[in-house]
Design a protein around this ligand. Structure first.
Ligand SMILES: CCCCC/C=C/C(=O)SCCNC(=O)CCNC(=O)[C@H](O)C(C)(C)COP(=O)(O)OP(=O)(O)OC[C@H]1O[C@@H](n2cnc3c(N)ncnc32)[C@H](O)[C@@H]1OP(=O)(O)O
Ligand SMILES: NC(=O)C1=CN([C@@H]2O[C@H](COP(=O)(O)OP(=O)(O)OC[C@H]3O[C@@H](n4cnc5c(N)ncnc54)[C@H](OP(=O)(O)O)[C@@H]3O)[C@@H](O)[C@H]2O)C=CC1
Length: 268
């Protein structure tokens, strides 16, 4: 018996939960980011999505517009601060505002720590930590100027539990968690909240390329109380909640969406 599927967000939250908001989702053309972008649109928010390749952004932008809200798709390399500033300018010019930032762009591969090259470290830490910092500082300034907003960053359970072959990813995600706590402390007085959602192992093309089916089966057997991998849909409700007025008093928090991955395995 495994944990049941998460119901569609439209069965859980009001359709106008985020009406009047504009969400910017980095990495919004694939995997978890795509699911989140469509969910924001389902609940009435205008949605901007940004990543390096327009190829997967364009169809998602069309699906967002089909839901009757405004969409913006723009390219960005989150590792580059100038590029991130240009992304924000484009989004503001096209949809007029950003009130919710989702730092979702990510990168990972599995590699023993002693074999990790300097460039391998930089490619992953640069994307997840520098990228999250670049977007948080750039969009954060806009959120402060407009009098408030919400930031949700995709962390990972490897940030609080050391995981073999995750030296770069785990250290980067730990930095993301700490950065969210720091800006949460600094920016509450500006009405800006910042929280971390930490997925465990979520079945996306990106992660399956990293781990493969054999390792996935092993993880399900040995590491997951839920007895199944997560899905992008599992990450939607907590992210919508953290973006919404229902979380008005929630900031600096860390929500694992991991099917019990962080629990100790049963001794029997
Ligand atoms: C298993 C549970 C995971 C839980 C935690 C987190 C999960 C996730 O984040 S899932 C999301 C996964 N999605 C992706 O990773 C998609 C994006 N991925 C990428 O863009 C690439 O895979 C990337 C991370 C390698 C970055 O690509 P790029 O910037 O184009 O860099 P290069 O291909 O030039 O490589 C840079 C550098 O990294 C070394 N390297 C790449 N892959 C490996 C590997 N499997 N093992 C060891 N080293 C690797 C590569 O050799 C380069 O270094 P140098 O050779 O020293 O130049
Ligand atoms: N799936 C999982 O099991 C887990 C995922 N996570 C985190 O959740 C988030 C989403 O993961 P998932 O959906 O699996 O990943 P995907 O591989 O599907 O998505 C990664 C996204 O990031 C974008 N991206 C990568 N590098 C950059 C960059 N330099 N600049 C801008 N965009 C970039 C990619 O688009 P493009 O190529 O167009 O740039 C892609 O859309 C990530 O932060 C990941 O670390 C955390 C724990 C587990």
């Amino acid at each position: 018996m495994s944990l049941p599927e998460t119901p569609p967000s439209m069965e859980l939250f009001a359709p106008d939960l985020l009406a009047g908001e504009t969400a910017l989702v980095t990495g919004g053309g694939t995997g978890i980011g795509k699911e989140l972008a469509l969910a924001y649109a389902d609940h009435g928010a205008n949605v901007a999505i940004a990543s390096r390749s327009m190829d997967h952004l364009e169809p998602v932008a069309e699906a967002i517009e089909d839901r009757g809200v405004e969409a913006c798709a723009t390219t960005v390399d989150v590792r580059d601060r100038d590029d991130v500033e240009a992304m924000l300018e484009t989004v503001l010019a096209e949809v007029g505002d950003v009130s919710i930032l989702v730092n979702n762009a990510g990168a990972n591969f599995l590699c023993p720590a002693e074999e990790l090259s300097a460039n391998g470290w930089r490619s992953v830490v640069g994307t997840i930590l520098d990228g999250t910092a670049n977007c948080t500082f750039t969009v954060g300034e806009h959120l402060i100027d407009r009098g408030g907003g919400a930031i949700v960053s995709m962390g990972a359970t490897n940030s609080v539990r050391g995981a073999p072959y995750h030296a770069h990813s785990g250290a980067g995600k730990a930095g993301v968690h700490n950065l969210m706590q720091t800006v949460a402390a600094e920016w509450a007085r500006h009405g800006v909240r910042a929280n971390t959602v930490a997925p465990g192992v979520i079945r996306t093309e990106g992660v399956m390329d990293v781990m493969g089916e054999t390792v996935a089966e092993q993880v399900i057997d040995e590491d997951l109380a839920a007895d199944r991998l997560g899905t992008p849909a599992d990450c939607v409700p907590v992210t919508l909640f953290l973006s919404s007025p229902a979380a008005a008093y929630v900031t600096g928090a860390y929500y694992a969406v991991d099917g019990g991955q962080l629990l100790a395995p049963t001794p029997m």
